[in-house]
Design a protein around this ligand. Structure first.
Ligand SMILES: [Zn+2]
Ligand SMILES: [Zn+2]
Length: 93
């Protein structure tokens, strides 16, 4: 399990994949299913920007989340979800 911090208000920076959820699927080569939050049983509906809660890594990552967790602020415990870089130059750009 990992702890991440949700970054709100970043949806305007969409990449060429169409949506951040598609971006996550394309780069991870996985199908998004459930929300990544550890105890959540909702379907993931968005690819949300998060940062690891770590002083060593301030990069932005994408994880699939449901609507309500996408709107939540603060820290989230996520299950064993692949964290995909939100950097377009490192992934789809
Ligand atoms: Zn992309
Ligand atoms: Zn959720």
């Amino acid at each position: 399990m990992a702890r991440v911090k949700n970054i709100n208000g970043t949806s305007q920076y969409a990449c060429s994949c169409g949506s951040w959820l598609k971006h996550w699927e394309k780069i991870s080569k996985e199908k998004s299913n459930y929300c990544s939050e550890a105890t959540c049983i909702n379907k993931a509906s968005v690819g949300s920007h998060v940062q690891k809660v770590s002083v060593y890594d301030s990069s932005w990552y994408i994880v699939p989340l449901c609507d309500s967790h996408n709107k939540s602020s603060g820290n989230l415990d996520i299950r064993n979800t692949t964290l995909i870089s939100a950097s377009k130059s490192k992934t789809c750009g």
